[in-house]
Design a binder for this molecule. Sequence first.
Ligand SMILES: Cc1cc2nc3c(=O)[nH]c(=O)nc-3n(C[C@H](O)[C@H](O)[C@H](O)COP(=O)(O)OP(=O)(O)OC[C@H]3O[C@@H](n4cnc5c(N)ncnc54)[C@H](O)[C@@H]3O)c2cc1C
Length: 399
Amino acid sequence: MTTQYDALIVGAGPAGCQCARDLSKAGFKVLLIDKAGDVFENNYSSGGAPIDIMEQFSLPDSVVGTYWNTLRIHSTKIESVWTSPSPFGPILDFDKLKTFLAADATKYGCEYRLCTQYQNHQNFSDCVEVYLKDLNNSSIFPVRASVVIDATGSERKVLAKHSYEKQQAVVATGIEYHINVKEEIYKKYSNAMNFFLGHHWMPQGYAWIFPMANPGLKVGVIRYFQNKTYVPYQPSYKIYLNRLLQLCEEFEIVDRHGKTIHYTEKQRDLRVQGRIIAIGDAISSINPLGWEGIRHAMQSGQFAAQSIQDYLSGKSPDLNGYNNSLNKYFGKKWFFSEKFIHHLFRAKKDAYIDQSVAAFSMMDKVQIIQVIFQYKFRHTLKSYFWYYLTRLINMIRNI
Ligand SMILES: Cc1cc2nc3c(=O)[nH]c(=O)nc-3n(C[C@H](O)[C@H](O)[C@H](O)COP(=O)(O)OP(=O)(O)OC[C@H]3O[C@@H](n4cnc5c(N)ncnc54)[C@H](O)[C@@H]3O)c2cc1C
């Protein structure tokens, strides 16, 4: 007989796990699946986040690699630094975060299956029948669920499988190395999020060094607008990664990973259709400014869980309340973030990026954190007034 669930969640990333956690706690029968063999298989995320994430999602210290209280933004020629006596946020250990969230869901009765891949589905009037593949033996089996949640990330395997139009997307590929370094190098990068902008570090993108627990560092690069060339760049990411690795002198590589993100401009993704609802990167919840996505993926999972509860308990006739919650949460902030990346990562002259980074230093530590993590771009007005004035003065001088 086909097993029947209240909710089937496809994808055990932060979005799927948080949704499973909330629905299981509310007493629903949940199946959470992922095609990965274990959580380390796609341990691709750097895990940088603001401090609120800990309380917002009741996260324990065990999911944190380390905390950061310094923000450094480097460009080819300039460096701006902000420091606080208390932590600005955690650098999460992505695999430990997912393990914790899934374990919390299973504690409340959620069934959790790895090595299980979504194939396709069929809609019925009272449920959705979903065909899953057990990747251990390639067998296909059906399950039935009242609601299906697409939490497959940028791959968008369930809801948007056929409708997703990649040409409307900002496509970016990130590659990251986990390395162990010597004590003096670790000290240099500990407690700080280091971002590297500019054509030397990564044209059309940025690079980073984030600390993990001693002696680990995460070193990575990401390039925006993968399918277009606004600024000349070397196709090989290795060249840019090596520039960062040189800063780390001697090191041992622990892991290498990467992923391509597809962010739909203006967040036009389909979010709900009948009994199917999509969450996380599958609906472009990731913010394009710095590709901070964990917090927003978990938030969308939480909104979805609330709408599913209302629907399954008969309080609401459909799942559309989810759309309203998301619209309120995103507001215009994601739209302005899109504008900002076009300005910053398509700059033709490297000197403009130097000038931007110099202008950022006019913001105090509260303002810069609010720009990066709360997308409050009004704080940049003073900086950009100064930035355009400097460009104008330089232009006049060169006439
Ligand atoms: C290089 C890089 C660095 C990043 N750094 C940060 C950072 O510092 N801070 C931050 O907040 N965000 C960061 N992000 C973004 C963040 O990791 C993502 O936004 C977040 O993980 C999205 O969560 P999700 O659950 O929606 O999707 P994912 O985490 O991508 O999870 C989707 C899951 O679905 C599974 N899946 C896919 N297809 C199927 C299928 N057919 N059947 C079953 N399972 C399937 C996958 O195996 C995967 O586990 C980074 C992203 C990249 C690429």
